[in-house]
Design a protein around this ligand. Sequence first.
Ligand SMILES: Cc1cc2nc3c(=O)[nH]c(=O)nc-3n(C[C@H](O)[C@H](O)[C@H](O)COP(=O)(O)OP(=O)(O)OC[C@H]3O[C@@H](n4cnc5c(N)ncnc54)[C@H](O)[C@@H]3O)c2cc1C
Length: 572
Amino acid sequence: MNNLAYDVLIVGGGGAGLRAAVAAVEADSRLSVGVVSKVYPMRSHTVSAEGGLAAVVRDDDNLDSHAFDTIKGSDFLADQDVVEAFVKEAPDEAIQLEHWGCPWSRDQDGRVSVRAFGGMTVKRTLYAADKTGFHMLHALFQTSLKYTSIHRHDEFFVTSLLVEEGRVCGVAALNLQSGGLQAIQAKAVILSTGGGGRIFPFTTNAAIKTGDGMAMAYRAGCPLKDMEFVQYHPTGLPGTGILMTEASRGEGGYLVNSEGDRYLSEYVPGKMELGPRDILSRSFVHELRAGRVFEDEQGQYVHLDLRHLGEKVIDEKLPFVRELTRNYVGIDPVHDPIPVRPVVHYMMGGVHTDIDGRTPIEGLYSAGECACVSLNGANRLGSNSLTECLVFGARAGKSAAAHAMEQDQQRLGALEHLTREEEERIKSRFFSEAPEEESIADIRTDLQKAMEAGAGIYRTREGLEKACEDIAGLRRRYDNVRVQDHSNVFNTQLTAAIELGFMLDVAESLAHSALRREESRGSHARSDFEERNDDAFLQHSLAYRGVEDGDTPRIDYLPATITRWQPEERTY
Ligand SMILES: Cc1cc2nc3c(=O)[nH]c(=O)nc-3n(C[C@H](O)[C@H](O)[C@H](O)COP(=O)(O)OP(=O)(O)OC[C@H]3O[C@@H](n4cnc5c(N)ncnc54)[C@H](O)[C@@H]3O)c2cc1C
């Protein structure tokens, strides 16, 4: 077997992964860095981010304000030391990104433009029209190309972490072009594989967002933190789930019900359309229950009305919104209101890390949406995530580099043994005879339905218990999934089967964490426990995978870090 070996190996070529790669080589130019991605890096989900990136860059703004908005948005579950580091390092990251080539939109006077975003007290979201992620990822990708010590393996699909004596020593990856399983050795591995919104039926998330890194860490014994917190974005296009960026409301768009009212005056009078996403998504459910929504063959929805902004503003600030609505719903937002409804968008939870991206497993790091560094708590504010990829991607890259520098040469023999085991597992798991074969698509659809029914915007004990049972049943059915396609080149049936396994793990940790949290906080709204309960739950949940197959996960708790801002009632 042809082994590849790096000092630092990064799984994921999105915003967090590429930022980590650059930080690692800049930490020490002697280090070799590998970047593995199941798709070409420019196809990572980061590319689709529209609205912008939050950072304090104006005189009317200050770091404490950004910190407090983030903490209040998180419903006080964010770790405040993490938030303080984040707001402090964000402006430098934003400026550096421009030096690397990101074309921030600018005002007439030459200053970088900022726009309003939900839950932020002042305008502090930098943007590149409404294609911010596209420009950000280009800038990072180009920068990564400058370094000869960064080696990319595009279209390599990582199937598992290789762990020896409690220490991560690399990964096993399918080379999608040849079909071979490849061991990639590393002194430190950073998981930056993004989120897992695909476990829900209606999502803005790309098809590749199946929670792979979260599941791999969970299988290796690393806890997943705060998995119960799932963000619904209030404005997705019915039918497709395509995002209508929050920038549409930041630029002044209205949300209007079927009676023609800007209904948010009843729920977030102080902020209206610029309230945080969890509250806006719940407001939609109330309107739906009151019968004040539109309905057609695509389902129920309200209107996002941009008409009063005029063609010039829409073309300058929201060109992508116009392009998407014309192409996907055949309307022009200059003349027609846009149908929208809440859509699963982001996972606040993920791989448990400290402020430097370190996980409890030696040699394992994580950053970006895959990780939970505890910046977003129970609800993320829009435009903090791209910044999170930069700040904590850089931190993870640096700490993984420091760890790698301290390690001796690795032992290759053990790695080969682990890789052969993984090869055998995949072969017997997916290519042997099964008593009765199950379909990947059927199980995936049933999983998505179970998650929406039991772990959606509003949750109850009965609903969550049912979701946990359903997931356990789907796991049993998954044991009978087999792959009929035996070809080597781009065997997408095999990768879909492996991804489904990852999705089941992520769903299991999510539903069990949600069942145990008997309070309502941020995006986690329990109809049977409507109040926030700081006495019992001002704590992060940690889900550990059961030891034996069939075991339910163990849920543990870790107190949130409070530095300067005591929890208070969250009203807007
Ligand atoms: C439509 C949309 C719009 C958004 N808009 C904004 C916005 O305006 N502002 C904001 O702050 N946030 C926004 N977000 C959220 C933000 O874009 C994401 O949270 C962030 O980009 C995630 O970046 P990441 O690097 O963690 O992961 P991703 O960009 O998702 O990258 C994941 C990488 O991991 C790789 N990978 C995954 N699994 C494997 C595997 N098994 N083997 C090998 N490689 C693997 C993938 O190939 C990919 O390269 C938006 C999200 C969406 C969906």
